[in-house]
Each structure stands twice: as C-alpha cells, then as structure tokens.
Ligand binder design. Structure first.
Ligand SMILES: Nc1ncnc2c1ncn2[C@@H]1O[C@H](COP(=O)(O)OP(=O)(O)OP(=O)(O)O)[C@@H](O)[C@H]1O
Ligand SMILES: O=C(O)[C@@H](O)C(=O)CO
Length: 409
C-alpha cells in the first residue's frame, strides 16, 4: 500500500521528485495524470500534471482530482511538488493549489520549501537563490511563460493567496526538528497558513522533513524528499527495462542551461531548428520536412530537434504570435514529432523543458513510468513499456548533459 501521494505541477518536476524519492529509498511510480489502470505495488505514487501554467481553476481542479485518486489508493501523506525556482504567475498556481489541498485535507497550515541545494537552489530569509544569484537575476527573469522577477517568496506568494504567508527562518532550522515544529505551530497561531522555509543544504532539508512529519501535506521542490524516511522496503530492487532503438532529443526549453547544453550537443549530433513563425504559416509542411530529415540521418547518432532560442528571439516570436500561441505551436510540433518518430523506431527520447515534456508525454500517453538511473541531480531515465524517456527540467544539468545521458542509460 503506498503511503506517500505526490502531485507534481509538471512532468519534469514529477520525474525530479520521483528520482529523489527513489534516492531516499521509496519504491516509486510516476503516472501522467490520474491513471485509469492499476499501478505496481509501491511506497510512493507521483501524479504528474500539466498544471503549472494552466488557468487557476483548472490547476486547482486537476490537483484536487489527483488528491482524491491518491487518497483512494491508500496514501496517508501528501506532497505538492512545484518548481525549485517557484515558477508561477502572480495569480498562481502555487498559492491557490496549496490552499485548495489544505482545505480538502482539513489541514491548518503547511510548509513551502522550494530549496534544492544539489542544484544550487537555496532559500535564505525567504529569498530564493540559484547558485550565487538571486532568482530575479538568474535567467529566470526571462522565462518565456513564467518570468520570475521577485526573489522574495513571502512577498510573491502573498499575491497568490488570501491567507497570511509566514517565514520559517534559517536561525530556527539550525536549532533542529523540535524547534522547527514548535515555531511552525507558533506561526500558525499568529495566523500564518503558508509558511516559506529557509534551507541552505541537505542537512537543513533533513531537519525540515523531520520537523514537518506531523503535517499531512508538505509542499516544495524535490529537495525536501531527500530528507524523508522511507518505509522498510527497498527501491534498489525495482526493475528497470532498457529499450533498444534510435535516439532522439527534443528541446523546447529556453533556459540558460539548456541553451548551453544545446551548443555542445550541436557540435556532436545532426540538428534541426524549428521556428514558430514558420510553423504558424506552414505547420504540416514544416513537420513533414523535419520528419523526412530525421529519418534520413545516420542511425548511429542521436537526432536533435529544437526550438530553444535566446531571449531576444523568443520575445520577437511572442510579439508576432502571442506568448501562448508561439509556445503552444512549438509544443504541438515537438510532441507530434515524438509520436511520428516513435512509430519509426525512435525509442530512447530526451525532452528538455517542463512544458515541452508535458506536451510530449501527454501525446505519447505511456501510462506509468518506472524510475531508473540518474543522469544528473533531478533528472532520471524512466521506462514505459515502449520507451526510455528522460525529461530534463530546463535549468538542470551541466554543459555535457545530452552526451552524459546516453552513457547513463
Ligand atoms: N523560439 C521560441 N519562441 C517562443 N517560445 C518558445 C521558443 N522556443 C521554445 N518556446 C516555448 O517556451 C516554453 C518553454 O517552457 P518549458 O517548460 O518547456 O522549458 P523550461 O521552462 O525551460 O523548463 P522547466 O519548466 O523544466 O524549467 C515552451 O512552451 C516552448 O514551446
Ligand atoms: O524543481 C525543479 O526545478 C524542476 O523539477 C521543475 O519543476 C522544472 O520544471
């Protein structure tokens, strides 16, 4: 019987969390949306949604549906996973979804812990850092869908909820789990319902996991999962199938990390760029050309198809086509190519970008994903009956990520 039920607001975030749960010893399975088929016997289920940039009401409803499913599956504790860079708009969806989950669980308050120090995300005095830069100077201020321009999470989250947002300071975390629990209760007594937690390293996350063990709901990036204690069973024995077939990389992420990784990958692999303006005019023709081009490449090398561009180019496409339309066109193109190329024997696929991964995985519709070897912190290989998939969060991985990935499988 699973004990931990997790709801992730995007698919890369789902595999990120699943990977850290496996590291902590949880036998874990990930489903894309609420599953309609039985799942293997595990300790933790991660339901990955595509709710990060959905309209607020839709994100709330999808999350409540996932919660109801997880409760029905026997889960007794819950984890709402959002981005370690807190990606959201001032309207949501992190605040509204957290409020709705608290109400549904009849819980008085919860902790908000995006920190993931293994990937440089730390929180100090409520301010989110990406390595040595504040969030708002980390490149995230240029995100195509959720530009993050305020690193003060208490102030930013307060825009998304009618409840009071509090701060659990690092000075308290340093005093250990009992003090964390006591301070959370005090903050709640003062009317705070969503409490942002400072964390600078994995020891802080361990303390926070212990100090929040009394809460039915915790929320955060995947880092907090590294502090959780698994039941007796061992994730080490989980089977992981490796599928033979052609290799494909699809990239829609425009993050600094992905752009650097693509520069390196382009020096190694045949590559093709998709342009939103061309897709807007001649969608079917552009897709057919990309398909023909891919099938005519040597089978020995992975094929790389990407839309990722520098901020000025993204801005100009968005001005011409609209932010949502340009993103949606590219997501439709990349996900259609994933399906068509899968039919032609491409069975090992890396997708870069959370929204892009969501679009690809929804179209491949693989049922559930088993979690396999880690390529870098937060990015595991996964297996479906027909594919090995690696879903890379935009900002994760070093310059040689794509090259490293094939070696890790
Ligand atoms: N050239 C471009 N012009 C406009 N939009 C683009 C362009 N290239 C990619 N996009 C869109 O930008 C969005 C990138 O979001 P995505 O979530 O895939 O990446 P990310 O935000 O870097 O990843 P993560 O969410 O994992 O951090 C997608 O909707 C994609 O289609
Ligand atoms: O937490 C992160 O940074 C990632 O798992 C993610 O959510 C990217 O979409």
């Amino acid at each position: 019987m699973p004990i931990l039920g997790c709801i992730a607001d995007d698919f890369t975030g789902g595999t990120d969390l699943a990977s850290n749960l496996v590291k902590s010893g949880f036998r874990t399975v990930l489903t894309t949306g609420v599953p309609s088929h039985p799942l293997p016997d595990v300790d933790a289920i991660v339901v990955a949604l595509k709710s990060r940039t959905a309209p607020v009401q839709e994100a709330v409803q999808d999350s409540l549906d996932a919660l109801a499913y997880l409760q029905g599956a026997g889960c007794v504790r819950f984890y709402f996973k959002y981005c370690s860079t807190f990606d959201s708009t001032p309207e949501g969806n992190i605040g509204p979804v957290t409020d709705a989950l608290l109400d549904a669980l009849k819980e008085p308050y919860t902790v908000m812990c995006p920190a993931f120090p293994d990937n440089g995300r730390t929180v100090y005095q409520g301010h989110l850092f990406v390595w040595d830069r504040l969030l708002s100077e980390s490149g995230m201020q240029n995100h195509p869908l959720t530009p993050m321009t305020d690193p003060d999470l208490v102030r930013f989250l307060q825009l998304q909820t009618v409840h009071k947002v509090g701060l659990l300071k690092h000075q308290v975390v340093q005093q250990g789990a009992a003090e964390v629990k006591k301070t959370l209760e005090d903050l709640h007594a003062k009317g705070k319902r969503l409490i942002v937690a400072d964390a600078l390293n994995n020891s802080d996350l361990k303390v926070l996991a212990e100090g929040t063990a009394h809460l039915k709901l915790v929320t955060g990036g995947s880092g907090l999962a590294l502090g959780l204690t698994a039941p007796e069973s061992s994730a080490a024995g989980q089977p992981f199938p490796r599928l033979m077939g052609r290799r494909l990389i699809l990239a829609g992420s425009c993050s600094r990390a992905t752009l650097e990784q693509l520069e390196h990958a382009k020096s190694l692999y045949p590559h093709l760029k998709l342009h939103p303006e061309q897709l807007a005019e001649h969608f079917d023709d552009v897709l057919q050309q990309a398909l023909d081009w891919s099938l005519n490449r040597s089978e020995k090398l992975p094929v790389l198809i990407y839309a990722s561009s520098a901020p000025e180019e993204v801005k100009s496409a968005q001005q011409a086509l609209g932010r949502e339309h340009s993103g949606a066109l590219l997501e439709r193109a990349l996900s259609t190519l994933a399906v068509r190329l899968s039919e032609q024997g491409f069975s090992q696929i890396i997708v870069a970008g959370g929204e892009t991964s969501g679009a690809v995985v929804q179209k491949l519709n693989p049922g559930h994903l088993l979690i396999g070897p880690e390529i870098c912190p937060g990015v595991p290989w996964t297996a479906t009956p027909t594919h090995n998939l690696a879903l890379k969060s935009g900002n994760f991985g070093s310059r040689t990520f794509f090259e490293d990935a094939w070696e890790a499988l």
